[in-house]
Design a protein around this ligand. Sequence first.
Ligand code: SDX
Length: 425
Amino acid sequence: MSKNTVTVIDNRNGNSYEFNILDASIGPSVVDISTFYKNTGMFTYDEGYTSTASCKSDITYIDGETGKLMYRGYDISYMANKKTFLDTAFLLLNGDLPTQEELDNFTLEMKKRSFVHEAVKKLFDAFPDRAHPMAILSAGVSALATLYFKHLDINTSEEFREMSNRIVAKIPTLAAFSYRYSKGLPIIYPDLNRGFTENFLYMMRAYPHQHIELRDVEIKALDTIFTLHADHEQNASTTAVRNLASTMAHPYAAISAGIGALWGKSHGGANESVIRQLEMIGSVDKVDEYIARAKDKNDPFRLMGFGHRVYKNFDPRATILKDIRDDLMGELNISGKLIEVANKIEHIALNDEYFVSRGLYPNIDFYSGLILQALKIPKEMFAVIFVIGRTPGWIAQWNELQQQKNIKIARPRQLYNGPTERTPK
Ligand code: SDX
């Protein structure tokens, strides 16, 4: 019976080193290299962690080759088509889908906790008009630590449940407030007669003492977008959240750090960049020019909404969003240049050797931006929408690490290329 190990041979001196293989429940096994430096005197090197597992996790599984995504073992298409975002949040946070009674109680919790302390308004008042809502939201989440400081130290499952429900429930209110403040508009408080996702659209669109009706097709489209964004294994922002969890930082600091990481154009900021790019291209007869630029190694221009570190096949979330986009455009009777430009880019990229050979398929951000535009969500709010969806995933990942027996602080090493010791002149 062969040993479940790998052997590394240093060809410079013939020394060989053996490392254990750890098997996954599904997906790739890992080589445990935690003793690599102690045994070999060398570090391993993997910029961007393309082949590195940073942790063990039970939460989300992705297979980039087959375009598979599961939350706690449930396929993303089941969650998007048969369940709601609150089902998904409960599943990620608690490990199982809620019973009807659990869902009713969770929904009530979300309503009760949806209001934010009035002190947050004083903080938001200090920001100038036109401040980006992601900057306001990140500050708002950090500010929760000044208001709910008993959650700076989570020890029991009850304290975790209360903290996680508090953050998941307050993020949409903070997000809507961030938008209203960025536009100098009066803020709209949550309406406890409305559901979680409907309430967010209400707080974004309503005016004081004005009753508004929201269409089910819009609410369902946004709820599905939240579900599709809820977690995604060890992506860059989740890695940021886990890094803070490894230092025993409190959840508000970790979620605020996740918001900062997600805002990057290469990550959750991509959906806003997709729309800005489509507007910049402007018409179908300019698409070829920009495709050529995206392929030109000497041109930093990249096609926003294309490519993914893990999916070298279609992003399963993009497949679901593509159908929602097409249905919504029909329902809301939306057409126009942006769709034509997007469709031409998509058609070329799906057939062009440069993109196909690199596995550069449309990702979640290529379709979410067009849907959010159809829902009359402003571009600067697209990454905020991503935050609302991703928050339960971040908290579940933060908690999974915090529950570990021996938490190892995230502290990678480096390949030093700097100057050797210099004698001061
Ligand atoms: C999200 O990780 C996650 O799970 C993230 C996410 C989540 O749910 O959390 O899925 C959400 O962030 C989706 C990705 C959104 N970002 C974008 O749409 C921005 C555009 N995409 C690229 O920046 C890029 O594709 C990344 C950042 C997404 C992935 O980059 P990688 O894996 O580091 O790939 P790479 O930079 O090594 O590129 C491989 C090759 C290179 O060419 P060669 O050197 O092999 O010749 O593909 C090329 C790149 O130049 N390439 C692109 C491209 N993306 C990669 N060329 C043109 N346009 C692009 N968009």
